[in-house]
Design a protein. Structure first.
Length: 334
């Protein structure tokens, strides 16, 4: 079995353990040294802390918790702008947690609401096939919207639209085409380092997004931003407000960038850096430096990306702008 298949099998075993009996996952994480979770959970450096702070509270609050997987993939990362391989193997996935909360979790009150909690997770493996690093984002802002306690203004994009891939089986549990994988990775590197990072801080056209995104691209953004269902909507509803707020933003510190078949994935707790120079979602410019903790998945169809699943730790982002979204939640719950 090659390294990628071995790692994917390990990831599935981990998720099964976490979903059924979180404590049993300790045996699968002997080499773990770093796990970046959404704020306010933050970083933990051993399996016991990760299980105690992330997965045990989630399972306890939602007894009927079920994980739906929409995308599952792995590969060797090439996250450096130079093009040099960084030598790291990753497995990533996304989908929903479903269930009904019977107790509060992470400060989010329990309500009589059937939840679909969006999750994204990236796992890094060493040469021996052990998980050493991970990044998880749970969409807390969308969760708050679902229970009627929004912490941000109504999104410009569509609410709660995070579907599985259209007309494509994105659960890549078996080996995939090396040729398609290489094509996707090369296209993705050109998109990120040759497109997104060419923004001239004035004209959206400087990035040439039409070279990379299909006119009918489906862009599934996080809670607070919402989904954009065409390139025009993406530019109008998300990209223009984002670049007005953070005009100097750059993709700088990706931890992973890898492909498998037609899927591309990227992650980084500090993947994008910039300055809060304009109003964003109603919050005026602070001049503060910001680091964007995010995860991305893209689906390539022919010569364009046709779907993009986007995670941003919005709680972390707004904290850097001087806004505590969980304090807002506490006030709305009173």
């Amino acid at each position: 079995m090659d390294a990628n298949q071995r790692n994917k099998d390990k990831a599935l075993a981990l998720w099964t353990a976490l979903d059924t009996d979180p404590g049993s996952a300790r045996a699968l994480l002997p080499a773990l040294t770093y796990w970046q979770a959404s704020e306010p959970i933050g970083v933990h450096t051993d399996a016991d802390a990760v299980i105690a702070q992330l997965f045990t509270p989630l399972r306890a609050a939602i007894p009927d918790l079920k994980r739906d997987v929409h995308i599952f993939m792995g590969g060797a990362s090439e996250a450096h702008e130079s093009g040099a391989e960084d030598g790291a193997w990753w497995v990533a996935g996304t989908g929903y947690y479903t269930g009904r909360a019977t107790a509060s979790a992470f400060g989010i009150p329990a309500t009589q609401t059937d939840l679909r909690i969006r999750w994204g997770e990236f796992l890094r493996f060493d040469d021996a096939g052990e998980i050493t690093h991970a990044q998880t984002i749970w969409d807390f802002v969308d969760w708050c919207d679902q229970i009627g306690m929004p912490v941000l203004p109504k999104p410009r994009g569509a609410l709660h639209v995070f579907p599985a891939a259209t007309a494509y089986d994105a659960i890549l549990s078996t080996p995939q085409s090396d040729v398609a994988t290489r094509e996707t990775l090369d296209f993705g590197r050109n998109f990120i380092f040759g497109g997104l990072n060419r923004y001239d801080e004035n004209d959206l056209g400087s990035m040439g997004m039409a070279r990379f995104f299909h006119p009918n691209v489906k862009w599934y953004g996080p809670g607070g931003i919402g989904a954009c269902l065409s390139l025009r909507e993406f530019e109008t509803l998300h990209q223009n407000p984002w670049l007005t707020a953070f005009p100097d933003r750059k993709v700088m510190h990706l931890e992973s960038l890898f492909a498998e078949d037609r899927l591309l994935a990227a992650s980084g707790p500090k993947g994008v850096i910039g300055t809060h120079s304009g109003t964003y979602l109603g919050h005026p410019a602070t001049g503060n430096p910001i680091e964007v903790s995010g995860l991305d998945f893209w689906l390539r169809t022919g010569g364009k990306f046709t779907e993009n699943w986007v995670f941003v730790d919005m709680v972390h982002l707004f904290a850097q702008m001087g806004v505590d979204l969980f304090t807002r939640l506490e006030r709305s719950a009173v």
